[in-house]
Design a protein around this ligand. Sequence first.
Ligand SMILES: Cc1cc2nc3c(=O)[nH]c(=O)nc-3n(C[C@H](O)[C@H](O)[C@H](O)COP(=O)(O)OP(=O)(O)OC[C@H]3O[C@@H](n4cnc5c(N)ncnc54)[C@H](O)[C@@H]3O)c2cc1C
Ligand code: FES
Length: 278
Amino acid sequence: MYRILEKKTLAPSVIEMQIDAPLVARSAQAGQFIILRVDADGERIPLTVAGQDRARGSVKIIFGAVGATTMRLARKEAGDHIEDFVGPLGRPTVTENIRRALVVGGGVGTAIALPVAEKLHGEGKFVHSIVGFRNKDLVILKEDFAACSDLFDLVTDDGSAGRKALVTLPLKEALEKGGYDCMIAIGPLPMMKYAVETCRPYGIRTVVSMNPIMIDGTGMCGCCRLTVGGKMRFACVDGPDFDGYEVDFDEAIARSGQYREEEARRREEACRLFEGVK
Ligand SMILES: Cc1cc2nc3c(=O)[nH]c(=O)nc-3n(C[C@H](O)[C@H](O)[C@H](O)COP(=O)(O)OP(=O)(O)OC[C@H]3O[C@@H](n4cnc5c(N)ncnc54)[C@H](O)[C@@H]3O)c2cc1C
Ligand code: FES
């Protein structure tokens, strides 16, 4: 069992937790993830390591309460326990040979982009962060990004915070100015797809963090398969980071919707069970 040390609400339905998990904290690196089970009868879900305190032995996770399991987790409080917390899994984000990076985050994906931006900043690289949300109520981690970025752009779909734009607009402007050698995008699949397409004419290296359905997280079940460069890859062991130009996003988007009906049904059940956490 793993104890929840702290819990914070960052935005409606976006929760940050610090979990007491010294072994994970000791070895986790930016870009890696854990797989947890809330209860003994719960399903396994992957969440990215959003930060760790090695001295304290704690691991930070940030998640959107979007469905049955994340809503169940959001009901837990500091002092409560969760059943399993396995990791770190996946390969860390590679930051070698980057001098000036564009780090693009969308929605809850910005929580995953933050440790990458912090790592690059800590290595003395120039970091231009571009983060986008649907509206001002969903904005998270603004100060954290500003602290580790040489340039910072905040955009919202409706203009209620920052500029009214999609992330691809400041991304294109930055690419036009030039001088960047890598773009790292983390967020919804369509956002990553269009961020990559925005970069394609400029030819800079692109990295995307893929988030397909995962079950075992060890390369055994085949659930997280993607087509990358015409070959089958497993996001849990070969990724989650991949060269954005090589990912078949259309296939990934189609596969991500395959359990929509079942997920919607289970979400409805969870909403009824947990009135108030929506
Ligand atoms: C490597 C990786 C890292 C991730 N990191 C984060 C993170 O840091 N914060 C965060 O909020 N979300 C993250 N996700 C997504 C997160 O795992 C899903 O939001 C979560 O599993 C939803 O489960 P649910 O039962 O609450 O919702 P459901 O209603 O079951 O699903 C809601 C959405 O989550 C997706 N999903 C459901 N189960 C899984 C699963 N086992 N694996 C992957 N996706 C699933 C569904 O396709 C759907 O799009 C990550 C996913 C991956 C693969
Ligand atoms: S999650 Fe099973 S192979 Fe990747």
